[in-house]
Design a protein. Sequence first.
Length: 397
Amino acid sequence: MTGNLTIRIEKSFCAISPASWSRLSGTSKSSSETPYNPFLSHAYLSALEESGSATAKTGWLGHHLLLEDDKGTLIGAVPGYLKSHSQGEYVFDHGWADAFERAGGRYYPKLQCTVPFTPASGPRLLVCEGYDRDSTELTLAAGLQEVTRQLGISSAHVTFIAEDQIAAFEEADYLHRTDKQFHFINDGYENHDAFLETLASRKRKALKKERRAAVENGISIDWLTGKDLTEDIWDQFFEFYMDTGGRKWGRPYLTRKFYSLIGERMPEDILLVMAKREGKYVAGAINFIGGDALYGRHWGCIEDHPFLHFEVCYHQAIDFALARGLKRVEAGAQGEHKLARGYLPVTTHSMHYIAHAGLRRAIADYLEHERQDVEQMTEYLAEHSPFRKGERQQEQD
């Protein structure tokens, strides 16, 4: 309780009013303060729950923190889940859990505040437009900490946060963790060729050759969005997802129903890049369209062709972003191979509240060294970008 404000936990995201949620910053296209983030939309988060992808059964029990005034009006929120494992998060804390449990502690359940299975940065302290952002964010960060203590659990982890929300968590004494991703930054290029002209000659020739080779076997590329996203298309894409997801993770995270739900509820926010050969789709990648960014998520294929993954996931994403005038492409987690294709290293951030004093001290020491390592590696990779000297794109930190 903070003044006339009350914090409560809602276990079912589907119980939250779509209209109330859409007034929070970044969750809808009508937001004037924060660019639209499709992963924070009611359509996306409710689809994860309703489809059976993120539920108690899969280890993602909803624990969404809602900040309301004395009339029950939603003025702030943090999407959260009580987790019984550390899968599907992309910020790895398995070592922390193992060490704590070997010492006799109980690491799980933990509170994970993020978008399940989605390593894309965005606001995690969501504030209703018209309310004081700084004070509301501080209330949410402190409230999340208090909820963790009241539940008697080991920790709360807020991952892939927007950089401008770090200060609120630091004031509440969370630990700061960094990592890196690779993003394409649109410097106002007219088209892909204009972007290529900023690369060193050898790199430019290599990428042109790569793009030609990717479609040599009679492959054509389609962009599908909106009404193009039929159930038949989703059946085909889900086959790709299951093939790659089964090999990569053992058990894919998302259900077939999830794709039907997002195709119904947010079709204009989705781009499928699909590769066709001999009249049949053989590979594809799903992207989500935000207010200022294209977010690449995952891909799959049923035929292997040289360089097709790079074409479908990275080059086509750049083409689409330039055509739409989007500021950047976020190509998901990890992948130094993205650097050669014009995606520069950027720093990602997460904040962690550790309840146990001894565990907190050990993790704080570890994170201090890890941040230094991440910074050094990011600087090293940026120095080895494919851009011509003097024309390198501005790096995001």
